[in-house]
Design a protein around this ligand. Structure first.
Ligand SMILES: *Cc1c(COP(=O)(O)O)cnc(C)c1O
Length: 467
């Protein structure tokens, strides 16, 4: 395929076959945008099964009991929930509406874990009513739960959220240290009333050595809880299982070394020579590591093999010998390969100083996560009707919010064959976080529609009728 659009230091996305076939049908893309508006999120969840299988194979290799919970906050569609359930995964929910919708989809409460950072009384009650395990974060939350009107036949099933005591682990707002939990359980006189089924943690970043440290801490916490008469049976290590968006490690390194070499004010690579948080030629910590070499299955294998404190027993050996199931809550890496975002070109023009700009029918919350930028080259489909005259340009993508800094991406792109209104820009591999985590309807602009492939065609996802 002729390259119609490319970053000046290119970052070429890995593409699934289904993405290639959608993009090969420019007519279809144009019709879908016409019908559903721009931007438009397309989902094909077939890749999720493969991602799940990869993790399960790594766990099976170590002969441990293992379960996967899709972190729903990474993608709001009902299709993602249904695919996860079809692959026999559980669901990790982070709010009352997330929990309601997952229950309404038919997922039994026993396959749901509630990890919301802040939990209302209504949320706690709905979880208890449906036998959902609640990841308890703190003393006040535990008191709130214990204060609920008891529901006959419904035990208070909880996992204690553990904050590490190890100086190698950065401080966290989430959970409590084991010592604090033991004190609090005594103060609350909670030993009889809480059914402590497991230990939960979720760490920032993607480091398997940190997870190994936490698993060891959780295992010793479990020993102490067992001595107090509890019967925890699992450790849930949260998300942060890494994935890689790029084919090429060399492109990733090249981009950062080029960026660090740019003189201040030079806009050859990024808007106003934005360093994206980088201090030197190393990749910035303010963006997702778009290239990683150890991902998903091999990453889990490495974790299970590891011996964090130099003991002869590996993590897998210890889980097996203490008869503990390992659970995880991947969001991004389960949704790898499951979505793309299409947007229509509205205009091209020059900034007042001559810098070329390309405007899309889209705003910057519609392909963005909480990090500084989405670092993949979009793909341009020539769809302009009537066919327009084009001349090459190199500039920035701007969006619909009435803000000077309304950049859809911070990087600069080459359009070697030009660009025209009604051409289509495709943002690749956006299903994990990029579509939904910060999307806003500011200016009363509607949220993007969500379609999914049902095996025969593109159909609306039920989430768009719910909200
Ligand atoms: C966000 C989150 C996840 C998912 O993290 P990923 O990086 O998408 O895998 C899992 N569990 C909890 C508690 C979270 O907050």
């Amino acid at each position: 395929m002729k390259t119609m659009m490319q970053g000046i230091a290119p970052l070429t996305a890995r593409l699934e076959p289904w993405m290639e076939s959608v993009m090969a049908d420019t007519q279809l893309c144009a019709e879908l945008l016409e019908r559903h508006g721009s931007p438009l999120n397309l989902h094909n969840f077939s890749a999720m099964e493969r991602n799940v299988a990869e993790l399960r194979a790594a766990a099976a290799n170590h002969d441990i009991t293992f379960q996967i919970y899709l972190a729903r906050k990474a993608n709001k569609t009902i299709g993602a929930v249904e695919q996860a359930a079809a692959s026999d995964c559980g669901i990790d929910v982070a709010s009352l509406n997330e929990l309601r919708q997952v229950l309404d989809t038919g997922v039994p409460g026993e396959k749901i874990v509630l990890t919301a950072a802040v939990k209302s009384t209504a949320l706690l009650r709905l979880a208890v009513t449906n036998n959902v395990v609640i990841s308890l974060d703190n003393y006040d939350e535990a008191a709130e739960l214990l204060g609920l009107e008891p529901i006959p036949g419904k035990p208070l099933r909880v996992a204690l959220r553990l904050a590490s005591d190890d100086p190698a682990i950065p401080p966290t707002r989430f959970g409590l240290k084991a010592e604090h939990w033991l004190n609090d359980l005594n103060t609350l006189d909670a030993h009889q009333r809480l059914k402590i089924e497991g230990i939960h943690f979720h760490l920032n970043g993607y480091d398997h050595t940190q997870r190994a440290i936490l698993i060891v801490e959780a295992l010793s916490f479990i020993e102490r809880l067992r001595m107090l008469g509890h019967r925890p049976s699992f450790i849930d290590m949260g998300g942060g299982i890494p994935m890689s968006y790029l084919e090429s490690a060399a492109q990733w390194d090249h981009f950062w070394s080029e960026l660090s070499a740019l003189p201040a004010g030079n806009e050859e690579l990024t808007w106003k020579s934005d360093r994206l948080g980088a201090q030197g030629p190393a990749p910035s910590a303010a963006v997702y590591p778009y290239h990683q070499s150890l991902v998903r299955g091999p990453w889990l294998d490495r974790l299970l093999r590891s011996r964090p404190d130099g003991q002869p027993l590996s993590i897998a050996d210890r889980l097996r010998s203490q008869n503990i199931e390992l659970r995880c809550e991947p969001g991004r890496s389960l949704l790898d390969g499951c979505g793309i975002t299409l947007a229509s070109v509205a205009f091209s023009k020059s900034r007042s100083d001559g810098m070329p700009l390309v405007g899309l029918h889209m705003n910057r919350t519609q392909c963005r996560s909480t990090s500084a930028d989405f670092l993949l080259d979009p793909i341009l489909l020539q769809a302009a009707e009537p066919v327009r005259e084009r001349s090459p340009l190199s500039g920035f993508l701007v969006g619909a919010y009435c803000i000077e800094e309304e950049l859809l991406l911070r990087r600069r792109f080459d359009f070697p064959h030009g660009v025209a209104p009604r051409d289509i820009v495709v943002f690749p591999n956006t299903a994990g976080y990029l579509m939904h985590i910060v999307e806003s309807a500011s200016h009363q602009l509607p949220l993007a529609a969500n379609l999914r492939w049902d095996g025969q065609g593109w159909v609306p996802d039920a989430i768009d009728e719910l909200v």
